[in-house]
Design a protein around this ligand. Structure first.
Ligand SMILES: [Zn+2]
Length: 297
């Protein structure tokens, strides 16, 4: 009997101990959870910020569009002139190691940049194999720099030797540039939308422009960005930095996807996408060749 009481007591004690241990656990678990909550709070905060941004951008955009519809065309920011999204390009043809080619913008010496090469299909389609075999003269280095910079030509296949119009599924151009390179608006306009696609174009900025003379609406779209440095509704000038080169969305290397869309008549424009059976003519109906856009306006 005594033994039983003792057992009970010890059980009781151990129950108490257990209770203490349990409550301690609860407290520490609570502390742990609140610690986690702090983190969750922060990431939630970022999410909320993004959602808030999305919500406010939607209402901003709505009031904007309303204001714009009633406004005279002159109120829309000036188009100025169309320019390249970059001022200089790393001299890729002078970089011989993979490490050198993969450096971030800040790790590349200013002396390693050269002016933007001419978009010349004859140079761009010179086989890479041949350029790698021959002696690396200045002309060869320049050709390699151009090929890498214009890494995917307008509606081109993802192949450094491919020409234009070999892949209607890509209604844009890709520019190989180092991660973190500032991206400039190709013309004056208003930031129409920011998007964050999980796949597709990743972090992207859409700027609405009004073409000189005709006032036709066109949209420049900048995909796979790292940072977006403008807000929806913001007026931008040609050449203004709007974000940095990244590798977001469906992308295997840092680059800028530049697409110029024509107006499909939607209040809120979304980037034109091509399907498996889209033809070159379909793409030309709703997009513009970015180099034609830049050279024409
Ligand atoms: Zn692309």
């Amino acid at each position: 009997m005594t033994k039983l009481i003792q057992t009970l007591r010890s059980t009781c004690i151990s129950k108490q101990t257990l209770l203490t241990v349990f409550s301690t656990l609860v407290v520490s678990l609570g502390a742990l959870l609140s610690g986690l909550q702090v983190e969750a709070y922060f990431s939630g905060e970022i999410r909320n910020l993004e959602q808030g941004q999305r919500r406010s951008s939607l209402s901003d955009r709505r009031s904007f569009v309303m204001a714009r519809h009633s406004a005279a065309p002159d109120d829309f920011p000036s188009f100025e002139c169309a320019i390249m999204p970059f001022g200089f390009v790393p001299h890729w043809g002078n970089m011989l190691s993979a490490q050198d080619l993969q450096r971030n913008f800040c790790s590349i010496d200013p002396g390693e940049f050269v002016p933007i090469p001419t978009y010349d299909i004859a140079t761009l389609t010179r086989p890479m194999d041949e350029l790698n075999r021959v002696q690396r003269t200045d002309a060869v280095s320049n050709a390699i720099t151009a090929k890498l910079f214009y890494s995917t030509r307008f509606m081109g296949s993802y192949d450094l030797d491919s020409a234009e119009f070999s892949n209607p599924q890509h209604p844009a151009m890709d520019f190989k540039m180092p991660f973190g390179t500032p991206i400039r608006a190709v013309a004056g306009g208003i930031v129409h939308a920011l998007q964050k696609q999980q796949n597709g174009l990743g972090n992207l900025v859409i700027i609405e422009h009004r073409l000189p003379d005709t006032q036709e609406r066109v949209f420049s779209i900048y995909g796979h960005m790292d940072m977006r440095l403008v807000g929806t509704g913001e007026s931008v000038e040609a050449g203004q930095v709007i974000g940095t080169v990244g590798n977001s969305g469906r992308s295997t290397n840092p680059h800028l996807h530049l697409q110029i869309d024509k107006d499909r008549g939607h209040e809120f424009h979304t980037p034109y996408t091509a399907s498996a059976n889209t033809t070159r003519d379909d793409v030309l109906k709703w997009t513009m060749h970015p180099m034609d856009f830049i050279n024409t306006f």
